[in-house]
Ligand binder design. Structure first.
Ligand code: CA
Length: 531
C-alpha cells in the first residue's frame, strides 16, 4: 500500500512537472523566423580566376546576402567529390578542394555568423561515391568489412517506377549492387548499425568541428527500400527519429530539413517527431501554377492540404530548386508573373527557401548543369562571376538579369524580393507560423488570404490574370477575426479603402479595398484593430 502511494506521489510529481514544462514553452526556434537561400558554391562567385566558384568568393558576397535580407543559407554539397555537383561524396570530412580549404570553410562560417546568417549544409546519406574507399573495398573483396555497408544481389533486379537501371553488375563476379541514381552512386545500407554510427559521426563533425547550424538531408524518402519499391520503406521513420534525436543532443538548436519528393499524404508519416521540416514540393508546383495559369484553384487546394497535414510552419516552401526548371523559364520570361510568385512565396506560411538567382529571374532548363549556371553579378567579363573561363557558360540573358543592373532599377525583380523579404521580417503575421485563412473573391483569377498572429494581421490580394480587375470583392462566411473595425495600412501596393468592418457574426461581406487591380499585381494590407 505504501509502495502504491509512493508510486502515485511520483506519478503526480511527474505530471506536475509535465504541466510546468507546458507552461514554459520552449524558446522559438531560429528557423521559424528567417528566409533561407540555396547556394551552389561552384556557381556563386569565383575568387581566383579558375572559373569555379569557391568559399573565398562566397565570403566576398556575404554583404549581398545581408542586403537581400536572408538569414540562413543552404549550401549544396561541399564535401570532397569527383563530380561537378558533389552529390557523390568520396570523403565526408574534407572540403572539396575546388572550393577551398577546411580553414576557408571555418572562416566562412565565422563571417556568416558575424553577420547573423546561419548555415545548413547538404548531407548526402542515401548513397556515396563509387570512388569512396569503403565502396572500392567492398567491390573488390566479398570479405571486406564494408561489404554490408551496401546492398548486393545475386540476380539482376529493377526498382519499380524507375526508368534507369538501379542494380549494377559487378565486373569481377556474378553479382549486382544497388545504386538507385546511377552506378557511380551506390546506395548505403542504413539498416546496418555501423553505417548509422558513421552517419552520426559525420553529423557531429560538421556541427562541432565546422560549426554549421544544421543540415539539408538529401533524398530522405529513398533511405529505405520496400522490396523493389525504392520509396518510404519500413525503417525510414524509426531511423530518422533516432538520427534527429542524436543531432539535437549534439546541437539543440540545429535545423534539419529533408527532401521527400512526394505527395502531402505520404509526407504525413514523416511528422511529428523526425526532421524539423521537409520541402513541400506539391505546394511549390501550386504557386508556379497559379502564377503561370492565372488560376488560384490548385494553389488553394495545396495550401489547404498542407495546413491540415503538417504541424504548423514545419515545412520548406519554395518555388524551384536545383533539380527543376527555373521559375522565370516556367513563366515564359514574364517578370510580372515572377514577382507574383515571389509575393506569394514570401507571404505564405512555411520556411521560405529561395534558390540562388531566382531573385534575378535567372533562366534555365535541363540538362542539370543549365539549372545551376554561374550567378551574374555585373557587366564585367563573365558578369563578374570569374576573371577566367567559367566552368559552365552563363545564361544568355545575364546582360539584363544581373545584380548590378537590377539593383539600380527600382522596379526590378531583385528589388521586389528585397522588399518582400524585408516586409516578411517586419510584419510578423506574414511569417512561417501565422494563421492562414483563404478569403472568397468570387473569381479564380483573384487570390486573397488573411494572415494573422498574436501581434498583427494582414490581407494579401493577388490578381493572377493578365487583365485589370475592378474592385475585387472579398468575403468570408465565418471570420477568423472578431467583430471589430479595422484601419487599413498599405504595406505593399495601394489600398483605396481605409477601413474594414467585421460584422457581429464575424463575417466579412463584399469588402472592396482596392478600386482597380492592375493585371498580374498584388497588394498587401496590414489591418489594425481600432481601439
Ligand atoms: Ca575558384
Amino acid at each position: 500500500m505504501i509502495r502504491h502511494l509512493a508510486v502515485l506521489v511520483l506519478l503526480a510529481l511527474s505530471l506536475a512537472r509535465g504541466a510546468d514544462s507546458q507552461q514554459a514553452p520552449a524558446p522559438r526556434e531560429w528557423w521559424r523566423d528567417t528566409v533561407c537561400y540555396e547556394i551552389f558554391v561552384r556557381s556563386f562567385q569565383d575568387s581566383d580566376g579558375d572559373g569555379v566558384g569557391d568559399l573565398k568568393g562566397l565570403i566576398s558576397r556575404l554583404p549581398y546576402l545581408t542586403d537581400l535580407g536572408v538569414g540562413c543559407l543552404w549550401l549544396m554539397p561541399i564535401a570532397q567529390s569527383p563530380s561537378y555537383h558533389g552529390y557523390d561524396v568520396t570523403n565526408y570530412y574534407r572540403i572539396n578542394r575546388d572550393y577551398g580549404s577546411d580553414e576557408d570553410f571555418r572562416q566562412f562560417m565565422a563571417e556568416a555568423h558575424r553577420r547573423g546568417i546561419r548555415v545548413v549544409v547538404d548531407l548526402v546519406l542515401n548513397h556515396m561515391s563509387s570512388e569512396h574507399p569503403y565502396f572500392k573495398s567492398a567491390l573488390l573483396d566479398r570479405e571486406s568489412p564494408y561489404r554490408d555497408w551496401f546492398l548486393w544481389s545475386p540476380t539482376q533486379r529493377q526498382s519499380k517506377g524507375w526508368s534507369v537501371p538501379t542494380w549494377h553488375k559487378v565486373e569481377e563476379r556474378d553479382e549486382y549492387y544497388y545504386g538507385l541514381f546511377w552506378r557511380g552512386m551506390p546506395d548505403l545500407n542504413l539498416a546496418n548499425p555501423a553505417v548509422t554510427e558513421e552517419a552520426k559521426k559525420v553529423a557531429r563533425y560538421w556541427l562541432t568541428e565546422m560549426n554549421v547550424d544544421g543540415f539539408r538531408l538529401d533524398a530522405v524518402g529513398l533511405f529505405f527500400e520496400d522490396g523493389d519499391n525504392p520509396r518510404n520503406g519500413p525503417g525510414t521513420h524509426p531511423w530518422l527519429r533516432d538520427y534527429t534525436s542524436y543531432i539535437r543532443q549534439v546541437k539543440p538548436a540545429a535545423f534539419t530539413v529533408g527532401e521527400v519528393w512526394d505527395s502531402v499524404e505520404t509526407m504525413r508519416a514523416y511528422y511529428p517527431d523526425q526532421l524539423d521540416a521537409y520541402f513541400a514540393f506539391p505546394l511549390a508546383d501550386g504557386v508556379i501554377d497559379a502564377a503561370r495559369k492565372g488560376s488560384s484553384r490548385s494553389l488553394l487546394f495545396q495550401l489547404d492540404q498542407v495546413q491540415r497535414s503538417f504541424p504548423r510552419g514545419r515545412y520548406g516552401s519554395f518555388l524551384r530548386n536545383h533539380d527543376q526548371t527555373r521559375t522565370m523559364t516556367e513563366l515564359n520570361g514574364d517578370g510580372r508573373r515572377a514577382k507574383l510568385a515571389a509575393t506569394l512565396l514570401l507571404t505564405m506560411p512555411g520556411v521560405p527557401f529561395v534558390y540562388y538567382g531566382e531573385e534575378l529571374g535567372m533562366t534555365g532548363a535541363k540538362p542539370d548543369p543549365r539549372l545551376r549556371t554561374p550567378m551574374p553579378w555585373n557587366r564585367q567579363t563573365s558578369m563578374g562571376f570569374t576573371t577566367g573561363l567559367p566552368w559552365e557558360p552563363l545564361q544568355p540573358d545575364s546582360l539584363t538579369a544581373n545584380v548590378e543592373a537590377q539593383s539600380s532599377d527600382r522596379g526590378s525583380l531583385l528589388n521586389h524580393y528585397r522588399a518582400m523579404i524585408r516586409l516578411r521580417g517586419s510584419l510578423s503575421a506574414l511569417g512561417s507560423t501565422g494563421d492562414f485563412v483563404a478569403l472568397e473573391t468570387g473569381s479564380d483569377h483573384v487570390l486573397a488570404y488573411l494572415r494573422r498572429d498574436e501581434k498583427s494581421a494582414a490581407v494579401v490580394i493577388a490578381n493572377l490574370s493578365d487583365r485589370a480587375v475592378d474592385g475585387p470583392k472579398i468575403s468570408l462566411a465565418k471570420s477568423a477575426l472578431g467583430r471589430e473595425n479595422y484601419s487599413i495600412r498599405s504595406a505593399f501596393g495601394r489600398a483605396d479603402a481605409s477601413s474594414l468592418r467585421v460584422s457581429a457574426e464575424g463575417r466579412i461581406e463584399k469588402w472592396s479595398p482596392v478600386a482597380t487591380m492592375e493585371p498580374l499585381s498584388s497588394v498587401i494590407l496590414e489591418i489594425i484593430p481600432d481601439r
